[in-house]
Ligand binder design. Structure first.
Ligand SMILES: [Fe+2]
Length: 198
């Protein structure tokens, strides 16, 4: 299998979140790529000795979704910051869908702030689109992988691991981090993901 390669991101100066935090965060993202490749390499090596290495094979498979979703979650997260802060027009399909479900864009933002800022533990607030039911859904994903919703496309997410914000905010400042992250988002990125589902 062809090794995964880390992507690069053009992230502008952000409100509240320092360039140093982004730089360190990108190193963690690159670590997920490295580890996913490492697991793939080990599985290829053990593949011919399945009986002998059944324990290692099982545990490597168990870890793979943590590393792989760690890559994807972070790529979505950093892409959302590329191009700088941009709101959507009222006519945008995503705004219209959000308004249909939550009555207003502002109500949806309040909803995702609540999930992000009040759920304890390490993980992600994620807004998905379920292609089968044709609805937007929100959830909390523990770590990188526990709780992803099957058949759903990641539309927007916020990394709520402390490494995302603790150097710029106190641990108790995560609500402000969420406020600032939302201020920095280029919502056309989420709009594009949504439109690709239609
Ligand atoms: Fe992260």
């Amino acid at each position: 299998m062809k090794p995964l390669e880390p992507k690069t991101f053009q992230i502008p100066e952000l409100k509240g979140i320092s360039a140093k935090t982004i730089e360190e965060h990108l190193k963690l993202y690159q670590g997920y790529v490295k580890n996913a490749n490492l697991i793939t390499d080990h599985l290829a090596k053990f593949g011919v000795e399945g009986d002998v290495h059944s324990y290692e094979i099982a545990e490597l498979h168990r870890k793979f979704s943590f590393e792989y979703n760690g890559i994807k979650n972070h790529e979505y997260y950093f892409e959302q910051l590329e191009g700088g802060s941009l709101a959507l027009a009222a006519s945008s399909p995503l705004v219209q869908k959000v308004t249909e479900q939550w009555n207003s864009w502002e109500a949806m933002i309040t909803h995702i702030k609540t999930i992000a800022a009040t759920t304890r533990g390490i993980g992600w607030m994620i807004l998905y689109y379920d292609r089968e039911r044709k609805i937007l859904m929100t959830t909390w994903v523990d770590e990188q992988h526990l709780g992803h919703l099957n058949s759903c496309q990641f539309i927007f997410g916020i990394d709520m691991w402390e490494h995302s914000y603790v150097a710029d905010y106190l641990p108790s400042g995560k609500k402000q981090y969420v406020e600032d992250y939302l201020t920095n988002v280029n919502w056309s990125v989420a709009e594009k993901r949504y439109q690709e589902c239609l």
